[in-house]
Design a protein around this ligand. Structure first.
Ligand code: ADP
Ligand code: MG
Length: 703
């Protein structure tokens, strides 16, 4: 099977109703008025909307579209779409294809079945979608040739309460942009008009053979393996990372790239990741809002396209025990409309007031709101990564690297930093170039690392929407920039004020800076001494989202009202309980109908063998030994299975949401995790041809 040759330049953005397309197709005045309203953040007039809608419809129909949909991001963390055909009946059995400005701008899906976290009572199931004109509409085609026009929208109640992930994200982008611009202006910048947040999300994922996946109920229903003895080979040879990409995986990746490019997503990097059967895709960064939409599309495409290749894409944070899980490194920075990166240190970071002011602001924000940043990354899936001896740890810290770390310390203590000049790396081979050293080295263990000219927030989980974690980061940083801007605006000597800010941040917030190995046991002790939060499970981590501190900052910057915030918290907590309940149900099903019967079958075989062998007058000691082991494991497994059922019963009888979630965490989760010990031990004894599901070796290496 080979992929047809594709012309990247030709297909890139071909399914996007882009600025270029609009410019070509819209009357000049309409295009101008559209651009103006985006630029000034004003609403479109209905006349303009009608013309745009019509043009969009014609363009989409040329692409083969029959339907349009308002595409939105409810609090499930995934996207939602309801398709409507363009047809509109006229006269006797006739139709015309129609799409009006009103249909473009606003929709009214039935909101009653989306999670609303208590908001439902106040909005009576009525929800509206509104076109987000800051990101382009696009058409999506699929393998069966069905084409639909997608209109990115925000989703809110009739009282104006945000029911989605996009609205608060946009509000947080606004907040951080405004405060960053204030700092910039106070520092004397006269050219920039706007600041935007940027994001480049690196998406990790696993692939598994579809036939094998279909034999694993746990993978199908929970996205991870609830059982499975370790494979004889894991990732210890370190031969997967950046390894040669197999042809079938390559075919998938080529397809994925092509589909991403058609949607105007800057898919750039693809490689094998650390674990067997684990991979990564990374786009070139873009505006944060667009990047979040694009990442949602990327996750969707990965899952769809894998199926075309008889593969299944696993986005879960920890599909397999004992080998690396998957994250989504969120590379984040701030840029101006005239092309400045506010986190660019330049050649002399110690002298770069602008860089130092922004750096100090981010360090302070992360230190003050480490608990919220952690809370925003928490899910049941993430519990297997964060704090579970895995990358990255549950403790938030900031990595600056040696040089910046030293600058921060020296300036923070009011001492002089003398530049060592540009250092060069030389490998000692004349034909190889020597090159200037980076300002920051790589530190793969840090959850929040400065990487050259951006921060890389590595705690985000692979299955999550980036919107939640980014919203918290933006807001935390907005608060700290607000403070810095206030000081700078009042100051007569900007340089002295930046120096004073650095000293304050060093004194108050440098406990968050850590350049060492975040995976070490010593760090955990050291972090405790520093008083850094180290919350190892999501039920507790989420609590940071509803503290008075969290409420105060999120409401102050207009990102989430108290009501909106609590609704999200409630959804997180309820979702946790639901996920654990599904895992428990699946574990009960698999243990009860697959593993225990398989072990009984083997025990019966052994018993048969023992009586036959003995009848032949020979010792059956070996079989007896194995039978004893199998029987003991079986007995315990049956008891533990009962314990899972009981724990579930106990949890289901608790009505208070947090107590319920705590019971799911402490009783239910631990019960089926404990059951796994016996089942995995049985897997190691029961003959492969009797074991009812594919093993870890199958799942990880038969790709
Ligand atoms: P890695 O962490 O694997 O070494 P790279 O350094 O190549 O990855 O880049 C990771 C991501 O960071 C890419 O998506 C890249 O586009 C993004 N990135 C680079 N500069 C910025 C920036 N200013 N703002 C946001 N993301 C950025
Ligand atoms: Mg990275």
């Amino acid at each position: 099977m080979s992929n047809p040759v594709i012309n990247v330049a030709e297909i890139f953005g071909s399914n996007v109703f882009s600025d270029k397309v609009m410019k070509e197709r819209l009357p000049k005045a309409v295009y101008k008025s559209f651009k103006k309203s985006i630029d000034e953040g004003k609403q479109l007039t209905m006349d303009v909307a009608n013309v745009i809608a019509n043009s969009m419809k014609d363009w989409a129909i040329e692409k083969g579209a029959t339907h349009y949909t308002h595409w939105f991001q409810p609090l499930t963390g995934i996207t939602a779409e309801k398709h409507d055909a363009f047809i509109s009946p006229v006269g006797d059995g006739e139709i015309v294809l129609e799409f009006s400005g009103k249909q473009l701008i606003q929709g009214e899906p039935d909101a009653s079945s989306f999670p609303s976290g208590g908001l439902r009572a106040t909005f009576e199931a009525r929800g509206y979608t509104a076109w987000d004109p800051t990101v382009p509409a696009f058409v999506k085609d699929n393998a069966v040739g069905d084409v639909t026009l997608f209109i990115p929208t925000a989703f809110y109640s009739y009282t104006g309460v945000a029911l989605d992930k996009k609205i608060p994200l946009l509000r947080s982008i606004d907040a951080v942009s405004k405060q960053a611009l204030r700092v910039l202006k106070a520092l004397g910048n006269t050219t920039s008009r706007k600041v935007v947040a940027t994001l480049g999300p690196e998406q990790e994922y696993f692939l598994v053979d579809k036939k094998l996946f279909m034999q694993r109920l746990d993978l199908q229903l929970t996205g991870r393996t609830l059982f499975g003895a370790a494979s004889p080979k894991g990732q210890e040879l370190e031969d997967q990372y950046f390894g040669t990409i197999k042809d079938n995986v390559s075919a998938f990746m080529a397809d994925l790239d092509a589909e991403m490019w058609k949607l105007g997503i800057f898919s750039k990097t693809r490689h094998n990741e650390v674990a067997p059967a684990q991979f990564e895709n990374a786009p070139v960064f873009s505006m944060l809002n667009t990047a979040v939409d694009h990442n949602q599309l990327t996750m969707e495409l990965m899952q769809k396209i894998a199926l075309r290749h008889d593969l299944v894409c696993l986005l879960h944070e920890k599909p397999y025990r004992g080998i690396n899980g998957s994250g989504k490194h969120n590379n984040w920075s701030l840029a101006t409309d005239d092309g400045l990166n506010l986190l660019e240190p330049g050649d002399n970071p110690h002298d770069n007031m602008q860089f130092l002011a922004f750096l100090a602001g981010v360090i302070r924000a992360v230190d003050r709101h480490a608990d919220m940043l952690r809370g925003g990354c928490a899910t049941a899936g993430q519990d297997h990564r964060l704090g579970a001896n895995e990358a990255p740890p549950a403790i938030i810290s900031v990595y600056l690297g040696d040089m910046l770390g030293e600058i921060f310390e020296k300036l923070g203590k009011g001492e002089k930093y003398s530049s060592k000049g540009k250092e060069f790396t030389n490998v000692g081979v004349d034909t190889l170039p020597s090159f200037p050293k980076d300002n920051s080295d790589r530190n793969r263990t840090s959850p929040f690392a400065f990487t050259g000219n951006k921060f890389e927030f590595r705690m985000v989980g692979s299955a999550m929407s980036c919107a939640g974690p980014m919203l918290i980061l933006n807001t935390a940083v907005a608060e700290s920039f607000d403070e810095i801007a206030g000081r700078l605006e009042k100051s007569k000597d900007i340089k002295a004020e930046v120096a004073a800010i650095l000293k304050d941040v060093f004194r108050e917030n440098s406990k968050i800076v850590f350049n060492g190995n975040n995976y070490s046991a010593e760090w955990e002790k050291e972090a405790a001494k520093r008083g850094l939060p180290n919350v190892k499970n999501s039920v507790d981590a989420h609590k940071a989202l509803i503290t008075p501190k969290a409420e105060s900052i999120l409401t102050k910057y207009g990102v989430l009202s108290k009501e909106e915030l609590h609704s999200r918290y409630e959804i997180y907590i309820e979702t946790y309980s639901k996920v654990i309940n599904i895992e428990a149900n699946t574990a009960i099903n698999m243990a009860g109908t697959m593993f225990i019967p398989a072990a009984i079958k083997y025990a019966t075989k052994l018993a048969d063998s023992i009586s036959k062998v003995k009848a032949a007058g020979v010792s059956a000691a070996a079989q007896e030994g194995i039978l004893k082991t199998v029987s003991t494991l079986l007995e315990t497994a049956v008891k533990k299975l009962k314990a899972v059922v009981d724990a579930k019963e106990k949890a289901s009888n608790i009505s208070e949401a947090v107590k319920k979630a705590e019971c799911y965490r402490d009783d239910v989760f631990t019960a089926y995790t404990s059951l796994r010990d016996e089942i995995d031990a049985l897997e190691a004894i029961v003959p492969a041809n009797i074991w009812p599901v594919p093993t870890y070796a199958d799942l990880l290496f038969k790709l």
